[in-house]
Design a protein around this ligand. Sequence first.
Ligand code: S3P
Length: 173
Amino acid sequence: MLERKNIVLIGFMGSGKTVVGRELAKILSYELKDTDSIIEERTKKKIEDIFLQEGEDHFRNIEAQVIDELSSLRKKVISCGGGAILRKENVLVLKETGVLIYLKAPFEVLYDRIKMSTNRPLLKVKEPEQAAKKLLEARQHAYEQVADFSVDVSDRPISEIVSEIEKRVRENS
Ligand code: S3P
């Protein structure tokens, strides 16, 4: 499986999908595909501006299109935006060609990492901590359910997380 399949990283904002993805891609000599970066390149807009000007639904449509395209590729590490698995169709296509890995951490750890960020539109609300907590609660089950396996990403060096993923992908194949 490792020879053919994509490695798809899912999880909440702040779970380290991009950073872990970068290291994993380096070690496996796979190319990294980050859905948010692709969306920003393609639209020539920042994610927060897409949300602001065209709305979340429009963003989700572009995200679904990008995910559909990426799913037709092979040997990629695909780092997905935190809400990517909310659409069933995204999960279906990602699963066809990839092994889905949930980067998991407790809310406190995640929020500590994202609380200072200024580029996450879903946190630009009156009570960001409450909003983020609600979002995680609403999504947690979906992350667990769609993932082939979960990896604990709280308070561990990236190298250790990457080694665990590599090992478990091999075991799963
Ligand atoms: C989102 C997460 C963001 C980005 C957008 C929506 C979400 O990506 O796709 O702001 O719904 O959780 P990260 O998970 O990389 O922050």
